[in-house]
Write a protein that binds this ligand. Structure first.
Ligand SMILES: [Ca+2]
Length: 508
């Protein structure tokens, strides 16, 4: 089969028929006597805080994503657990800080480490409640067949098992990566994804979401749409090429937005609007070394691979007509770790048996009067070390080595520039007054520094700290972490920052 004729659809359609023939009866009503809502979770890769229309993007338009915010709630202070792919996704899927489940950095194609089967994923929580569960897109929590989404609670899966730049066409490390496979279920349906294939990714993923919604319109469903884009290399279909003033990056975002439009229209057509919660967010901030192929963190400092706000704070919007007040904005601190317990609560599902870090933020989403963040503090690890603590308006950075493109020659056309190292000291910022983290006021607020350091110290002893050589007492192992020869090495990863040198194999 030539590349041009690969629609990622035929094998998929057959498997879908099989899956559709064994539908389970729907679950009992959730709270309030209504059936539990459908959930569509749209998750982008390397999307910056400023990359959407509602968050200030210029040069292209995102009317459909903006509609989610306009007809729902926007969380302005929404965090991932680490500014890098696998760690961030581990937190999303488990409701735990990634350190608790020993997934760090960006897992490479040759690694045999993955998310532990002892963890309960968001998909498993909802599946146990009677949901149909599907996923399209980037998984990045283990690429062995037994580690793929269909072995972690998803009824079906179509996508790339890891980042779309982990292929032989990587601009800097082409020899580090094998051919990039496309997966359906837990089988390879295309052993060598080409540039032409990458152009079809966004559309194929969005179509899969629409197909899944149509197929499961009569029962609660959960679909996780984890776009490979706008992670580099940027690809969009011919229909979107050259549409925007922002070049390839803008085109890519508009194609993602068009897919969101298809999803929203499908929900309307099927009269599922008021029964479906749609969430849009992303895994980490922009990969700034890629210059014109990177997104923007807007007013936030730095981007991917750093624990400044630009790396860890993401745009977030959620829409559920009749339940979430339209046009609302919430400035309380929340995070991806909260989505599992929140969606479990909304669905009336049982929480995981093992301890998790996330909290139920449904009062924030649903606009309950006086709702406040359930977190005294959020903790940001990177490369195994605790780097940042957010509590109320305060943000404390602990001493570490970071990276910046300031003063560096920017990347261009898909070829990255080079970061320079940025030493970070003990730095305190008040984000209410200083969103861009420009003025370190640690010296004038020793009481705040002491309080946040004490909170951090407790978490370092619970979940560990590599730079301090603290082994966390509550850390749980990843799949394949112990005693697997391939997990002992340091396989190549795609980036050039410190984030890609740290991964699960190095976890305690
Ligand atoms: Ca990412």
């Amino acid at each position: 089969m030539t590349s041009a004729t690969r629609p990622y659809g035929r094998a998929a359609a057959f498997l879908l028929l099989l899956a559709g023939s064994c539908c389970l009866p729907g679950p009992a009503p959730a709270r309030g006597g209504e059936p539990p809502p459908n959930i569509v979770l749209i998750f982008c890769d390397d999307l910056g805080y400023g990359d959407l229309g509602f968050s200030g993007a210029t040069g292209y338009a995102t009317p459909n994503i903006d509609r989610i915010a306009r007809e729902g709630v926007r969380l302005t202070d929404f965090y991932v657990s680490s500014a890098v792919c696998s760690a961030s996704r581990a937190a999303l899927m488990t409701g735990c800080y990634h350190e608790r489940v020993s997934i760090r950095g960006a897992l490479g194609p040759k690694m045999k480490v993955g998310l532990s089967h002892a963890e309960t994923t968001l998909a498993e929580v909802l599946k146990a409640r009677g949901y149909a569960t599907g996923m399209a897109g980037k998984w990045h929590l283990g690429c062995l067949p037994s580690q793929l989404p269909t072995h972690h609670g998803f009824d079906e899966y179509l996508g790339l098992p890891y980042s779309n730049d982990m292929w032989p066409h990587h601009p800097e490390a082409p020899k580090d990566f094998p051919n990039l496979p496309m997966i359906e279920g837990d089988r390879v349906i295309d052993a060598d994804v080409t540039a032409l294939d990458q152009k079809s990714l966004t559309g194929a993923y969005s179509r899969r979401a629409v197909e899944f919604i149509r197929k499961h319109a009569d029962r609660p469903f959960f679909f996780y749409l984890a776009h490979s884009m706008p992670h580099v290399p940027l690809f969009r279909s011919d229909a979107f090429a050259g549409r925007t003033r922002r070049g390839a990056f803008g085109d890519v975002i508009e194609e993602i937005d068009a897919g969101v439009g298809d999803i929203l229209r499908t929900l309307e057509e099927l009269k599922l609007d008021g029964r479906t919660l749609v969430i849009f967010t992303a895994d980490n901030g922009p990969w700034l070394s890629y210059g014109d192929h990177a997104g923007s963190a807007g007013p936030l400092r730095e981007g991917k691979g750093t624990s400044f706000e630009g790396g860890i704070r993401e745009p977030f919007a959620a829409r559920w007509p009749g339940h979430i007040p339209a046009g609302s904005t919430c400035r309380e601190v929340a995070a991806t770790i909260d989505l599992l317990p929140t969606l479990a609560a909304i669905a009336g599902a049982s929480p995981p048996p093992l301890p998790i870090d996330g909290k139920d933020i449904s009062p924030l989403l649903l606009g309950s009067p006086g709702a406040r963040s359930p977190h005294e503090a959020l903790f940001i690890w990177y490369g195994g070390s605790l780097q940042a603590i957010r509590s109320g308006d305060w943000k404390l950075l602990l001493p570490h080595q970071s990276q910046t493109m300031n003063g560096q020659a920017p990347g261009r056309g898909g070829i990255p520039g080079k970061y320079r190292k940025l030493p970070v000291g003990l730095e305190l910022y008040n984000l209410k007054d200083d969103l861009g983290e420009t003025t370190n006021i640690a010296a004038s607020h020793p009481d705040v520094v002491a309080r946040l350091r004490a909170l951090g110290d407790a978490m370092q002893h619970e979940l560990g700290d590599a730079s301090l050589k603290i082994k966390g007492r509550a850390v749980r192992p990843a799949d394949g972490q112990d005693g697997t020869p391939a997990a002992q090495g340091a396989p190549p990863t795609a980036g050039r920052g410190p984030e890609t040198r740290a991964h699960a194999a190095a976890a305690p």
